[in-house]
Design a protein around this ligand. Sequence first.
Ligand code: HEC
Ligand code: HEC
Length: 304
Amino acid sequence: MGIRFLFLFTVALFVTSHVTRAELMEQKGESAQAVNKPISVKAFQPPSNDSIPDDEFGKMVRLGKNIFTHTGKYAADYVGNNQNCVNCHLDAGRLANSAPLWAAWVRYPAYRKKNKMVNTIQERIQGCFRYSMNGTPPPANGETIKALMSYAYWMAEGAPTGVKLPGQGYPKLNKPKMQPDYQRGAEVFAQNCALCHGADGQGVRQGDEQVFPPLWGKQAFNWGAGMHRINTAAAFIRANMPLGKGGSLSVQQAWDVAYYVNSHERPQDPRFEGNLEATKEAFHSHQCRYGDKVGKTVLGQSSK
Ligand code: HEC
Ligand code: HEC
């Protein structure tokens, strides 16, 4: 009762006062500056945003940046949920240890076990549209992919190519001492995450703006997205969440809360062809809860 009231009150505050995320965070005693602080000082520094050139190329770079930060607005045809690329690639894709674009740019083409082939950067970006954005991949030669490629290319200016740069992807996380646990995860969530993502995991939306992203349910990433894997989510969370306080959860807490977040229903895996067991067998032999029973629900039963 108490928590519910506090939650509703907080949401009412968000909705009625039309404040920005930075203001919201300041109200919560967070420093908005801290959010953009790179974790590793040794990481490659991408060029500053003011150095985007004022020409035809710069126009494409800017469009790519807009697509990346406001995906539902600038690439509406290809998005099927309320996520934006920047939700999992923080600081507009610049932040080390949150799968930054500059480190991605220099790694592709690369072999991926997920689809058992060498992927171009176009194909890699299409993958995030299909799964993380629960959408339809834009055509490889269309404007959306061209703009996103321009943005990534510009950001990687001066970076060594063909290597795994420090800060690429999410940092690998040690195994937890105890098996990840739903109840412990729920407690970590209530204490450290619900304030922004909501007790129901649905985040906060103001008009067209997703101030805090949903973590499960119809508007979240789908069952094929990398983030549905407990290990991937644990690594991301430990390095980057709570926002602006990366590294503050213990390794165990990060695993527990990742397990909890990913024990909720979300949109179907787009590779699903009608049989849950078959889809689980073909695509889910990793750390995830697809096909598991949680309470009365079998996860992975929802439609797209
Ligand atoms: C729900 C979270 C989420 C969203 C939203 C998302 N991604 Fe990703 N993305 C991931 C994860 C997870 C990975 C794999 C990171 C890892 O394990 O190294 C990834 C990887 C990538 C990579 C390759 C990174 C590398 O170093 O190999 C690119 C490029 C990329 N995403 C682009 C995008 C674009 C463009 C969008 C928006 C259209 C987007 N992503 C939206 C979660 C997300
Ligand atoms: C101060 C607010 C805040 C807190 C507290 C917070 N988050 Fe987040 N979280 C965000 C924001 C904002 C984003 C998206 C980043 C962006 O768009 O720049 C995000 C992104 C995420 C994502 C990836 C995006 C997605 O859409 O799936 C996950 C997973 C996540 N948070 C989990 C957690 C967990 C678990 C906790 C608690 C340990 C937590 N967050 C605490 C604000 C917060």
